[in-house]
Design a binder for this molecule. Structure first.
Ligand code: C2E
Ligand code: MG
Ligand code: MG
Ligand code: MG
Length: 291
């Protein structure tokens, strides 16, 4: 088994991997096979309303259940999928899975907004809005139940073209979110021009804010900035009750992180959401007083 795993070592993405190399060709064929053999999994991580404690949505995150390597995390193949254009197929698979899950959740009495991550190549695809339309039309899922997460760098490659796709998607009723906010080449001017509804503060700031005053200040002013622009703010990397308390006090709307749950297979999500018990408001307040 170990020898076999080592043979597959090349599956891990290395930034220096050049597109035409043998390693890269075999990774691409492995990815194609993964789709044919149904090896991709859609995991979901809950998003919580920090003031009411309710589950309001979930982010769809891809996993690769490799027959030899086990569960491969997205960072080991997403950058490669982006370079080779394979990402479009993967995004279509994720979008369709998320939309179908949203329908399933509605049938189970849960009103959830499903978020899907998109890459630059997706936004360069002028057929994307039509593809999403086709995917939603046979379902009873309103466009507002889908949220597309993009990063600042996703937009920067070709801002005009990205903007036109985003405007089209927004006009259809889809929600748009800026992911990992604060880590890219943030241009506040783009925040103003883009038709976004939500801003996700990168987890590096959230995870450091309890011990680093600068991070705490960045979090506080980002929440304020987002609210002034009429955006919902989501904190990524919510790992402690104390972080919840601090974020709630700062007015942050939603949170997502290991304190609530790690991403889980979609099959487990509905049962998890029904069993979810938010912490007592009094314990949150107590933490906040101590903070
Ligand atoms: P992301 O979109 O920022 O997703 C959040 C990542 O943070 C996830 O990692 C999640 O497991 C992790 N995370 C959530 N809460 C916590 C926490 O409390 N602590 C810590 N340490 N980590 C937390 P994951 O699933 O490994 O995904 C990594 C990145 O890969 C994603 O970052 C996203 O950029 C990309 N990705 C994942 N799935 C897809 C996909 O279907 N399409 C595309 N284009 N990118 C994807
Ligand atoms: Mg994301
Ligand atoms: Mg993120
Ligand atoms: Mg992040």
């Amino acid at each position: 088994y170990a020898a076999k795993a080592r043979q597959c070592g090349s599956l891990i993405y290395h930034p220096q991997l050049d597109a035409g190399s043998q390693e890269s060709l075999s990774l691409l064929s492995e990815l194609r096979r993964a789709v044919e053999n149904d090896e991709l999994r859609l995991y979901l991580q809950p998003k919580i309303d920090l003031h009411r404690g309710r589950v309001v949505g979930a982010e769809a995150l891809v996993r690769w259940e490799h027959p030899v390597r086990g569960l491969v995390p997205p960072m080991q193949f997403i950058p490669f999928a982006e370079q080779t254009g394979f990402i479009r197929l993967l995004s279509a698979w994720m979008l369709s899975g998320a939309a179908r899950f949203s329908q399933q959740a509605r049938e189970a009495g849960l009103d959830l907004r499903l978020s899907v991550n998109l890459s630059t190549r997706d936004l360069m695809d002028q057929e994307l809005p039509a593809k999403i339309e086709a995917l939603l039309s046979p379902l009873q899922v309103p466009a507002e139940s889908l949220c597309l997460e993009i990063t600042e760098s996703t937009i920067m490659d070709d801002p005009e073209r990205a903007l036109s796709t985003l405007e089209h998607l927004h006009a259809m009723g889809l929600k748009l979110s800026i992911d990992d906010f604060g880590t890219g080449y943030s241009s506040l001017a783009y925040l103003k021009r883009l038709p976004v509804d939500e801003l996700k503060i990168d987890r590096s700031f959230i995870m450091a804010m309890e011990r680093d005053l600068d991070d705490a200040r960045i979090v506080r002013s980002t929440i304020e900035l987002a609210h002034n622009l009429g955006l919902t703010v989501v904190a990524e990397g919510l790992e402690t009750l104390k972080a919840w308390a601090v974020l709630a006090r700062l007015g942050c709307d939603e949170g997502q992180g290991y304190f609530v749950s790690k991403p889980m297979p979609q099959e487990q999500f509905i049962a998890w959401a029904r069993a979810w018990q938010p912490p007592e408001p009094s314990t949150i307040t107590a933490e906040s007083v101590m903070a």
